[in-house]
Design a protein around this ligand. Structure first.
Ligand code: LMR
Length: 429
């Protein structure tokens, strides 16, 4: 074959392959860019900001009055116990996690004398913090819960609920929760949505310290919610990320979950020990299942273990070891409660200080909601336009919905913060 013939046939081949070569175009070319996470991107922006008076009231993470992360003294003690434990190794945990940990976690939320525990209708799996507990529960329900394809999250809710439930295939709807006029619970509208929802829908309920509003139903309102949910056969999926933070009292903050169990509901509870143990990055969580009978519970557990094996194989050990030590030792448990009181009192103190300052400044509007709300967050009522100016002019970082993580405030920055809020309330529409 003449050289020219050879090269022209190669050229032709090259032309064809540039159209057809399987590796010339990415198999991911149609993947759309996802928006940045609203909470974690704020922290990244805050870290890059060099302004000396910058404030981060975005992420829900406790800080001391010096605005330092807080390692709970009881966690330090448990750490020392672990460090000095010569028998400790780095073997795998069981798929469902350490039994003494999951049992203690379930007991913490359901109560030591829970009838469901006594009747053997409770099981649990150790999860990657609260997000993992939500996800594992959602993934199981997506596969085995056939009563309704719909799951309802509160409006507004924690930024990750929709992601988690949509990603496993649920049709995610919202139930009204926040009434902007009363700055309180949209109770009647919430109940109406529950009545209108298809029977057997899944409702994600915040057990206490609702994120982002800081508004919880009263006990009477919880009773009304339980009544409608029972009539409609809805499935309660509690998310409990703040037990001990809402009121400073672990039992009071678990009241709603325990009431639903007493009423005979089958339910799931996602628990996180990120906030109440300050173990954010250690990802210690738990998914508690309450079913009708011990046999139902064991079958559900077996499927969740199968899921867990496929997703994470078995959970991480360190954070759960800390929690396990504290929850199973009477003296350390009592000390943990004191540490919790310190954290919740600091937040309650900041609420009062902020409200007092806004009242002193004569900032237009009413500010009682700041002290009425509970938990880590205050839902201030600030508009997105005002939040934008707070960031650009004052270097104050919060989510667009006006949620303020109260732990980001301190005796050192509260005046600056209150004056900035006063300015935008007066001058930004
Ligand atoms: C928050 O709401 O700020 C925290 O729960 C952190 C998170 O995971 O979103």
């Amino acid at each position: 074959m003449a050289p020219t013939d050879h090269s022209s046939s190669q050229q032709r081949l090259g032309q064809i392959s540039s159209h057809l070569h399987p590796m010339s175009v990415s198999v991911f070319e149609n993947v759309p860019q996802a928006p940045p996470d609203v909470i974690f991107s704020l922290t990244a922006q805050y870290k890059e900001d060099t302004h000396p008076q910058k404030i981060n009231v975005g992420v829900g993470a406790f800080r001391t009055d010096e605005l330092k992360p807080y390692v709970l003294p009881v966690v330090k003690k448990a750490d020392a116990i672990l460090f000095n434990d010569g028998s400790l190794d780095h073997e795998y945990l069981p798929i469902a996690g350490t039994a003494s940990y999951t049992q203690a976690a379930s007991k913490l939320i359901l109560g030591a004398d829970s009838p469901a525990i006594k009747e053997g209708r409770v099981a649990a799996v150790q999860t990657i913090s609260g997000t993992g507990a939500n996800h594992t529960g959602a993934a199981f329900l997506a596969q085995y819960y056939k009563k309704s394809p719909k799951c309802y999250i509160s409006k507004p809710t924690w930024a990750n609920h929709r992601n988690i439930f949509a990603s496993v295939g649920f049709e995610v709807e919202e139930y009204p929760y926040w009434d902007a006029n009363t700055r309180g619970l949209a109770y009647e509208q919430m109940l109406q949505t529950m009545r209108d929802a298809p029977n057997g829908s899944i409702f994600i309920l915040h057990a206490c310290a609702h994120n982002p509003t800081g508004v919880d139903p009263t006990q009477d309102q919880w009773k009304g919610i339980a009544q409608v949910m029972a009539q409609k056969g809805h499935f309660p999926f509690f998310d409990c990320a703040y037990q001990g933070f809402a009121s400073g009292d672990l039992d009071r903050d678990a009241w709603a979950v325990r009431y639903f169990v007493e009423q005979g509901f089958e339910l799931f509870v996602a628990q996180s020990f990120a906030k109440n143990f300050g173990l954010y990055g250690e990802r210690a969580g738990n998914l508690t299942l309450v079913c009708k009978s011990p046999a139902d519970t064991q079958r559900v557990l077996s499927q969740i273990e199968k899921l867990q094996r496929s997703e994470i194989s078995n959970p991480p050990a360190y954070g759960s070891r800390i929690v396990n030590i504290v929850l199973n030792d009477a003296a350390l448990y009592a000390e943990w409660k004191e540490n919790l009181k310190y954290m919740s009192n600091r937040i309650i103190g900041m609420r009062k200080d902020l409200k007092d300052r806004l009242v002193q400044l004569g900032t237009p509007g009413t500010w009682d909601h700041i002290t009425d709300q509970i938990g880590m967050f205050s839902f201030t009522g600030l508009k997105a336009s005002q939040v934008k100016v707070l960031k650009e002019k004052y270097h104050i970082y919060m989510t667009d919905n006006g949620r303020v993580s109260m732990a980001g405030l301190s005796s050192g920055n509260i005046d600056y913060f209150a004056k900035a809020v006063d300015d935008v309330v007066r001058n930004v529409q």
